[in-house]
Write a protein that binds this ligand. Sequence first.
Ligand SMILES: NC(=O)c1ccc[n+]([C@@H]2O[C@H](COP(=O)([O-])OP(=O)(O)OC[C@H]3O[C@@H](n4cnc5c(N)ncnc54)[C@H](OP(=O)(O)O)[C@@H]3O)[C@@H](O)[C@H]2O)c1
Length: 410
Amino acid sequence: MPLPFIAEFFWVGIPGLPSAWTTLKGLVAIAIISAVKWLCIGATNTSERKLHSKVVMITGGTSGIGAAIALDLAKRGAQLVLLVRQSPKDLFLIDYIEDLRERSGNELIYAEQVDLSSLHSIRLFATKWIDNAPPRRLDMIILCGSTLTPPGKPRVLTEEGLEKSWMVNYLANFHLLSILSPAIRAQPPDRDVRIIFATCSSYITSPAIGDGSDALTTKDWTPAKAYARSKLALLIFGQAFQKHLDAYKRPDGIPMTARVIFVDPGYCRTPGMRRWLTRGSLWGLAVYLVFWQNIWLLLKSPEGGAQSFLYATMEATLGRGSGGKLIKECRELEFARNVKDEDAAKKLWQGSEKLIEEVEKREAVKRALRKKEKESEKAQQPAEVPSKSGTATSDTKKNASKSRKQRKTK
Ligand SMILES: NC(=O)c1ccc[n+]([C@@H]2O[C@H](COP(=O)([O-])OP(=O)(O)OC[C@H]3O[C@@H](n4cnc5c(N)ncnc54)[C@H](OP(=O)(O)O)[C@@H]3O)[C@@H](O)[C@H]2O)c1
């Protein structure tokens, strides 16, 4: 009985239902789509670690992958310090933190204003942090903040005159970690400190870094090259920073327990990726929406992208042995390009220090001049008030006669 029924279903079909061939084609299509989706979702983190009482500093925690990491870590009880560009009084930021606290059931989340496009803003925050005595607890620094100029858009300079991708993606991290280095080295020897850098496979295609004292020249600059170069510089610096930490001789003689880990999240549907795909334009957004199902199929969700970061924060084996490892799809990978060249790292480090020193000096002079101008403007204001000798400007004379009239009418 069932066999003739199945045969009839395949060869004739069931009245009112699509033919067996159509059904089969539909099933095959669903199977292919499911397989592609399954492949593109990527690996899921299975490592666990108790995060209660751990202090985690995170950049880029307000959007995309960084926001997904922040939510997961907050749910696990970590104390989060979000480094954000907005002022802590910003209403959207207040709302975002309230929401994060509510969704995670964790009140230990707060924000510090650190504009990654400003060396001055980074210095203000980092010096305040290291000024704490005794040194503040710091278990992890997750560096997810980044920027990406959409293709076809012009080269953007920060207010301090630095190319934006170079500044936000590389120099900001260099500056932040250089200042925070004493606070990292001062952590007790039994603390497993992890410094996690977000990287991207685009570094493989990057042009040469040079001495890093400047971003790409206008002639050579393209958004893709600038982004790739900033990511390659970050990898080279990260390796050098690990060496810098390892070289530190602790007073107690115990080896350094802070480790650098690089994480490549894979391609994800984040606001940053959307800006890139839509070229930051409305027509681009329209095309993006039309092809949204393809984007959904091929790209990971921000939560999917966060998995390798969560693995880097929690995997026990990463808290042992040497640092400087690359994690992708929740496993260790080899670098596809030499990022451990000591000469290149030395040149980059010295060039970056020189660039920062120049810019900070120049900006300090500008700030001092602005302050002076403001002070002299203020100093001029009291001159308009009647002096002791009784002389007054025409305005103050007018005001005085006006108030006399008012007193008379009363
Ligand atoms: N998405 C991908 O497919 C992909 C692939 C490979 C690697 N990655 C890397 O993964 C990381 C996260 O990527 P994503 O796509 O999730 O990024 P995203 O959505 O573009 O978010 C970038 C984050 O950086 C912050 N940020 C940007 N400029 C800043 C500034 N001047 N000061 C302070 N914060 C600033 C943003 O803050 P606001 O919220 O205030 O804008 C935001 O929180 C990045 O390092 C990226 O390079 C991403």
